[in-house]
Design a protein around this ligand. Structure first.
Ligand code: TXA
Ligand code: MG
Length: 319
C-alpha cells in the first residue's frame, strides 16, 4: 500500500531519489518521476505496463524552465502558454538534446505542460528537473481522478500518493503541436476547449487519430476503457433493448424511475458539461465495480467539454 498524504517535502525527497510519486493535477492524477532520469522513466513504463513507443508529458512550473528544455517556442505556442498555463493544455515543442529520448519515444518533440494544482505547483518549484507524468492508471484503463483511484490500482507499486482531492477538470489535457509552417494541430481533445484555443491562435486543424498509430498511442482506438462492455446510444432505446440484461446506466443528466438507483449515474443533473467531465472517469470506475454485465451510455452535446467526453466514451466503447 502506498502512503497517501499531503507532505510535499516527502514527495520531493522521493522524486529526488529517483522514485515515483502519484501527483494531483487539475486534469487527472499523474504517475510522476524525474523526466531527466532514464531509470525513473523506465520505472514509469514498467509500473503502468505501458509500451515504450508511447511518449510521456514533461510537467513543469515556469516558462524559464520550459525554455531550458526546448530549442524554440513558436509565436502561437507562446501566446497559448501566456493564455492557458498553468492549465489543461499540453504543447509539443522541439526538444533540446539533454531531454532523454526515452521520454519522447525517440521523437524530436517533447510534450510540455504546466499543471494547475497548488500542491503540484509547490512540488515542482522545489525540483530542478521536470516531472514525467502519464495518467496514473495501468495502460489502457480509465484515468484516475482521486488519490483512492490511484491507490486501487497502483498502490502496491509506488511509495507515495500526494493527495490533492478530486481533480477539478477530470479529463486529460488537450494536446496541441505545430506543423513545419507553425500551423497549430490538435492531437488530443481534452480539458482545454477548442473554442478557447481558436480565440487565441485562430482556426486549428484537428488530427484526432482513432486508429492504432504508434506516433500517438494516447489516441489508440481502444483506450480509457473500463473492463466491462460499454455501449453508446439512445438511452431509452438501449434500456428497452437490454431489458433482460443486467446493465448500469451513465447518463448526462437524466434519471430513470424504472431502474434501480444504484445502477444509474447522472453525470450532471443540472446539464453542466464541465461537471459531467469532472464526474465521467469516477462513474466509469464505479460502474466497473458493480455487479452488472455491461454499461450503457449516450452521446453528449458536441460542444465545449462534450467533445472530449464523446472522444473518451468512443474509445472506451471500442473493442
Ligand atoms: O492531463 C494530462 O495530460 C495528464 C496529466 C497527468 O498531466 N497526463 C496524461 O498523460 O494524460 P498520458 O501519458 O496518459 O497521455 C499523454 C499522451 C501520450 O499518450 C502521447 O500520445 C502524447 O501525450 N504525447 C506525449 N509526448 C508526445 C510527443 N512528444 N509527441 C506526440 N505525442 C506525445
Ligand atoms: Mg493516459
Amino acid at each position: 500500500m502506498a502512503v497517501i498524504g499531503t507532505d510535499i517535502d516527502a514527495a520531493a525527497e522521493l522524486l529526488k531519489a529517483g522514485k515515483l510519486v502519484a501527483i494531483p493535477t487539475e486534469t487527472v492524477y499523474g504517475l510522476a518521476g524525474n523526466a531527466l532520469n532514464d531509470h525513473a522513466i523506465l520505472d514509469i513504463f514498467k509500473v503502468k505496463k505501458r509500451p515504450k513507443f508511447d511518449p510521456l508529458i514533461a510537467h513543469t512550473d515556469s516558462l524559464e524552465k520550459v525554455q531550458s528544455y526546448v530549442t524554440h517556442i513558436p509565436d502561437k505556442a507562446m501566446k497559448l502558454a501566456d493564455a492557458f498555463w498553468p492549465g489543461p493544455l499540453t504543447i509539443l515543442l522541439n526538444k533540446k538534446d539533454h531531454i532523454p529520448d526515452l521520454l519522447t519515444s525517440g521523437l524530436p518533440n517533447v510534450a510540455v505542460r504546466m499543471p494547475k494544482h497548488e500542491l503540484t505547483q509547490e512540488l515542482l518549484q522545489r525540483l530542478d528537473f521536470p516531472l514525467a507524468a502519464p495518467s496514473a492508471n495501468p495502460f489502457g484503463y480509465v484515468s484516475p481522478t482521486t488519490a483512492q483511484h490511484v491507490e486501487d490500482q497502483l498502490g502496491t507499486k509506488i511509495p507515495y500518493i500526494l493527495d490533492g482531492g478530486q481533480c477539478s477538470i477530470g479529463i486529460e489535457s488537450t494536446i496541441i503541436g505545430f506543423d513545419e509552417n507553425e500551423k497549430p494541430i490538435i492531437y488530443r481533445l481534452g480539458g482545454k476547449k477548442i473554442d478557447d484555443i481558436e480565440n487565441i491562435v485562430g482556426r486549428v486543424k484537428l488530427k484526432i487519430i482513432h486508429s492504432s498509430d504508434p506516433m500517438a498511442p494516447g489516441m489508440l482506438k481502444t483506450h480509457y476503457a473500463p473492463s466491462k462492455r460499454l455501449i453508446i446510444g439512445h438511452l431509452d432505446m438501449l434500456i428497452k433493448r437490454f431489458q433482460n440484461r443486467n446493465f448500469g446506466v451513465i447518463s448526462y443528466h437524466q434519471k430513470f424511475d424504472d431502474l434501480p438507483s444504484d445502477k444509474q449515474i447522472a453525470l450532471s443533473p443540472g446539464k453542466d458539461l464541465n461537471e459531467a467531465a469532472r464526474n465521467l472517469f469516477g462513474a466509469l470506475r464505479l460502474m466497473d465495480q458493480k455487479n452488472i454485465d455491461m454499461i450503457i451510455t449516450e452521446r453528449f452535446p458536441d460542444e465545449g467539454l462534450g467533445q472530449a467526453i464523446n472522444d473518451r466514451l468512443k474509445r472506451a466503447a471500442s473493442r
